[in-house]
Design a protein around this ligand. Structure first.
Ligand SMILES: Cc1ncc(COP(=O)(O)O)c(C=O)c1O
Length: 398
């Protein structure tokens, strides 16, 4: 059977990245003592208020067809919230609703790039970005995010990679997997490049509500100079511990949203009104769980960093937001894959090799901060003992 080029462009993406995670799951199901720190799921259940809102909306019959933009009341709620957060005026025409950030990003990418184009994106990167870009026919151009710059994208690195073919820069701030937040002057410098070279700026801000105390998030959506070229995508997946409800959105220029509407309509044939009602209430009421998650994830990151740095040669990159911390395993003379697989074999602790997140993370592993504190302490005991047991090969004779 013949399939189209999109299936070939996306074939193979995704698979091997998850090998270690799947192997750990399989062992756990067979009864092995596994501490899973591979993927990040919120460490709290869906808040009761959200379940109540969704159930009342279901009972009120909010299960009819909606429309391709999303329910007016949700778009109003989002416009109000963004106006307040970004200090600019938005109205419902700036918003399209989607089932999650992922679908929003997919649709937005179809609206900005196609075959022959390039899209710039930071590397390391969230696992699905390459597929989202390649689905359009465009090529992904990785911009290295360097540990010495706190893994924050630098405008010089972006500028070097802009060509006639570049159509868009995909930002992710706060960032997965590094937990880095772009600083104001960095966002401004990248925004200036977008203006100079007439590029779209797409900003994945799904971790905005999981920013740790003492750090500040700044979105390119708050910069008036790029108002006509910034599209932000986000959802309630992280902020409200609701990843399975699939409720997200894109917010940006009205003309872009109008142009994208037929794409959304063709994909979705409208959104789900009961999910929209629940999301509108969630946005207006604010999250009852985000602050607690941010506090716990920050505390676990600090615990991990303090202990591993005191007890081992491992180096921990302290995140500013999100659900993950990165650990540099190169001082042990290992790359990320050999570290992660040997750690799993010998201790049952499962972490993600950095190679799953791009070309530039070969020395790093990603650790999810979403497991309970006692499991975290046990995992750190095991990682620490393992790291201390690794004997570096002696330097070859000169
Ligand atoms: C950076 C990033 N973007 C998007 C998503 C997907 O979010 P959603 O559940 O809203 O589709 C994730 C999920 O982990 C993520 O880490």
């Amino acid at each position: 059977m013949r399939t189209t080029s999109i299936t070939q462009r996306l074939a193979g993406l995704g698979g091997a990245k998850w090998d270690l995670h799947l192997a750990a799951r399989e062992r756990r199901e067979r009864g092995a003592d596994i501490i899973e720190m591979t993927i990040g799921e919120p460490d709290v259940p869906l808040p009761d208020q959200l379940a109540d809102h969704a159930i009342s909306a279901l009972r009120a019959g909010r299960t009819q067809y909606s429309n391709g933009r999303g329910e007016d009341d949700l778009r109003d709620a989002l416009a109000e919230a963004y106006a307040q957060r970004r200090g600019r005026t938005f109205d419902r025409d700036n918003v399209l609703c989607f089932p999650g950030t992922q679908t929003a990003l997919y649709a937005v990418m179809q609206g900005v790039a196609e075959t022959g184009d390039n899209v710039l994106v930071g590397d390391p990167l969230y696992a699905t970005y390459e597929g989202v870009i390649r689905s359009t026919g465009a090529d992904m151009v990785p911009v290295p995010l360097r540990a010495e710059h706190g893994f924050r994208m630098q405008a010089e690195d972006v500028a070097e990679r802009i060509t006639e073919k570049t159509r868009a820069i995909l930002l992710n701030t706060p960032h997965n997997p590094t937990g880095a937040i772009l600083q104001k002057q960095e966002v401004e410098a990248i925004a200036a490049l977008a203006v100079k070279h007439d590029l779209w700026l797409i900003s994945d801000e799904v971790y905005e509500d999981l920013v740790f105390e003492g750090t500040e998030f700044i979105s390119p959506l708050s910069l008036p100079d790029v108002a006509d070229r910034v599209i932000a995508v986000a959802s309630i997946s992280k902020s409200h511990a609701a990843p399975g409800l699939r409720s997200g959105w894109a917010i940006g220029p009205k003309a872009f949203m109008d142009a994208l509407l037929p794409v959304s309509e063709t994909m979705l044939f409208g959104n789900q009104p009961f999910i929209a009602d629940m999301t509108a209430a969630a946005i207006r009421e604010g999250s009852p769980v985000a602050a607690g998650m941010a506090k716990r994830y920050a505390a676990r990151a600090a615990y991990l960093a303090d202990r591993l740095q005191a007890e081992t040669d491992l180096r921990v990159h302290r995140p500013d937001a999100g659900m993950f911390a990165l650990v540099d395993v190169s001082p042990l003379g290992m790359d990320c894959d050999s570290f992660a697989w040997t750690l799993l074999e010998q201790t049952g602790v499962a972490v993600m090799p950095g190679s799953s997140f791009g070309e530039h993370m070969i020395d790093w592993v990603r650790i999810a901060l979403t497991i309970p504190d006692d499991a975290m302490a046990q995992a750190v005991d095991r990682i620490s003992t393992f790291a201390q047991s690794v004997v570096l090969d002696p330097e070859p004779d000169a």
